[in-house]
Write a protein that binds this ligand. Structure first.
Ligand SMILES: *[C@@H]1O[C@H](CO)[C@@H](O)[C@H](O)[C@H]1NC(C)=O
Ligand SMILES: *[C@@H]1O[C@H](CO)[C@@H](O)[C@H](O)[C@H]1NC(C)=O
Length: 410
């Protein structure tokens, strides 16, 4: 015991003394940005983006990796984060959820293990799921179901899981059929057992490249206080403590939450981290909420909020000509209130030939080919003035950012 402890201490001292320099990497955006640029409608923006075709690519703070690079890699896995880093994302997201033993791990939802991992294929762990797998019943039309939460299992159990592409087949009559639900615009090519990560491991990985962090405190699905004692505030504090423990400068951390009280908590308890806190504004999602969300922006600013982040559909609209994409009322009001804007999530919509999905809902009339996403990005970057954007495929945004010189901020 004693020898072991001394060895550990010695290793600790060596690594603290040498402070490894962030790895420098050769950023690669691959062929997709070129494909999208060629797909654009003719015009000045297309020409400008074509003119950047042979530029060297560098990391950009304008680019936030949304769950890594889940257009093709299993979300929130080491492989997905590495792909995002290779693609030039300046900030990497770990969505934070807690296990049964209250350890923080990277998962988009506290209860998505049945769609993002192989948990159902491991009988001993599947038995612990909040709602065990029920196969579809074609005779009655009953759909397949399951619900498996990070809080159903311990950290040690979590670490035995394989990350897979997010998806499920509601018509599955077996676990294998249920698990095979990857949308067809994605791929299973890299879904071969993604390495799941703790929040602390994500910090170490991202830090080794000298990049920035944007952990999202996921809204708990279980009742808080969890197990009668673990409060929402303790959970919010634990997230910040993991950066302190890793000696990360607060200016590199952009903690996010959809829960407004989490932001108020950080403003009070952790002001240095709160300076970069990102309030994910979901009130915009209904028309009545949108009006209220726009109206409350000046109050948020007064209360110490710095960055708001609605889904990007809420930042644009069509002008009276029904053709030109322009900043929305919310976008104008946020800027007027002195708030920075970050938005989400690019490259999540699949094919855009039929007006796009949720993310393009206010401008769907002018969306009819995949290249149109760059037209929208250009409005967000130049007219709305967003500070950064989350993307499921960071390379697409990295190419744009390098072409337009949107590189380093703060
Ligand atoms: C919007 O604000 C009004 C006035 O405070 C309130 O009555 C209404 O419930 C709010 N609606 C939404 C969706 O937030
Ligand atoms: C724009 O679309 C709206 C709603 O579809 C329509 O009422 C309006 O006349 C259109 N305006 C123009 C200039 O085409």
């Amino acid at each position: 015991m004693r020898v072991l402890a001394l060895t550990t201490l010695a290793i600790g001292l060596v690594s603290a003394a040498t402070y490894p320099k962030p790895k420098k990497i050769n950023v690669q955006v691959g062929d997709r940005p070129y494909y999208l640029v060629e797909d654009m409608d003719a015009g000045a923006l297309k020409q400008k983006l074509q003119s950047c075709s042979e530029k060297d690519q560098r990391q950009s703070d304008f680019v936030i990796a949304h769950r890594g690079a889940p257009l093709q890699y299993p979300e929130h896995t080491k492989e997905s984060y590495l792909a995002a880093i290779r693609q030039g994302a300046g900030t990497i997201e770990c969505d934070v959820a807690f296990t049964k033993d209250k350890q923080l791990v990277c998962r988009h939802d506290q209860c998505d293990l049945h769609t993002t991992t192989n948990i159902l294929a491991i009988p001993s762990l599947a038995a612990k799921c909040t709602k065990p797998f029920v196969p579809a019943n074609p005779a009655t039309g009953t759909r397949a179901s399951a619900q498996c939460c990070t809080s159903d299992i311990t950290l040690a159990e979590f670490k035995t899981l394989c990350g897979k592409m997010d998806g499920f087949n509601p018509l599955g009559t077996t676990v294998a059929e249920y698990m095979a639900g990857t949308p067809k615009f994605r791929t299973d090519l890299y879904s071969t057992c993604g390495t799941v990560l703790t929040h602390a491991e994500s910090i170490k990985l991202i830090d080794s490249y000298g990049l920035k962090f944007t952990p999202e405190l996921k809204t708990p699905v279980v009742q808080m206080p969890y197990q009668g004692t673990y409060t929402q505030q303790q959970y919010a504090q634990q997230l910040i403590n993991e950066y302190k423990k890793a000696k990360i400068d607060p200016s590199r951390v952009f903690p996010q939450s959809f829960l407004i009280d989490d932001i108020y908590y950080w403003i009070k308890a952790e002001p240095k981290f709160a300076k970069q806190a990102v309030f994910l504004d979901a009130l915009v999602d209904t028309p009545a909420g949108y009006v209220n969300a726009t109206a409350r922006l000046p109050q948020l600013k007064k209360d110490g909020f710095k960055i708001v982040a609605p889904a990007f559909f809420a930042l644009t609209k069509l002008a009276a000509d029904n053709k030109t994409i322009v900043p929305s009322e919310y976008a104008v009001a946020a800027t007027k209130a002195g708030l920075d804007i970050i938005t989400w999530s690019f490259e999540r919509s699949g094919f855009l030939n039929k007006g796009g999905d949720y993310y393009y809902q206010y401008i769907s009339k002018v969306i009819n080919n995949d290249g149109d996403m760059y037209t929208v990005l250009d409005v967000l970057a130049k007219k709305v003035g967003i500070r950064a954007i989350f993307s499921d495929w960071p390379a697409t945004v990295t190419y744009y950012a390098n072409c337009m010189g949107l590189m380093l901020f703060n």
